[in-house]
Design a protein around this ligand. Sequence first.
Ligand SMILES: [Zn+2]
Ligand SMILES: [Zn+2]
Length: 260
Amino acid sequence: MAGTVRSSGRVASALARIAVRVLDAVLPPLCLSCRAPVGRQGELCAACWSGLHFLHPPWCARCGRPLPHEGPDAPLCAGCAARPPPWRCGRAALAYDEASRGMILRFKHADRIEAAPTFASWMAAAGAELLAEAELLVPVPVHRWRLLARGYNQAALLAKHLARLSGVPWSPDVLLRRRATRSQQGLSATARRANVTAAAFTVPARLRHRLEGRGLLLVDDVQTTGATLSACTRVLAAAGAARVDVLVLARVVKPEATLI
Ligand SMILES: [Zn+2]
Ligand SMILES: [Zn+2]
């Protein structure tokens, strides 16, 4: 059943890609964010580009949150000092904010999958150290019903393009979502944690050998509270992964003071 659903997803995603190519032939390429005409597919117009907030060091050694000053060798943000995430090291290319939200939601829900190579290249730059050590890229899965409805998993598309850029293999089926969780939008942090628990994810027993003793890099589009990434990390660690790092396209960056 899962195989059938995955192949339906692949067919739908292949059709979506063909549709994009057909559209390209008759329409000019559009800005990934505001849809103004641009020179090439997968680009942003100058105004949208200048509005994005790319994250860069100094950042928290554990979660990649930008820090105001250079600190010691492995500086931690207040959030990680108080309550470290289960993963070893996390990085994000962009702040998830007013400037990036629309562009990412269109990628996620509106078939703007031609953005994937561009987004993956930003992630490869932000996560270069993690990719250098990674042995397998694992996208955060969506439930098969959602995959069927949407036709693609945006995290898997990002992982696929990251694999192409870095040479690290990726595997879309070692981690599965077995419970369709409610959409996270509009839920409080506590409700989000309750909504996504480790029980929502599973590693099929026949595929455990692929991740046992290996360094994994978990890939997703957006990190808000980190509840989904935490649940996935716990399941992968319990299945025998040597370590789990996290690389996302964009993350919510709250001021440090609100975390304490
Ligand atoms: Zn634009
Ligand atoms: Zn941190």
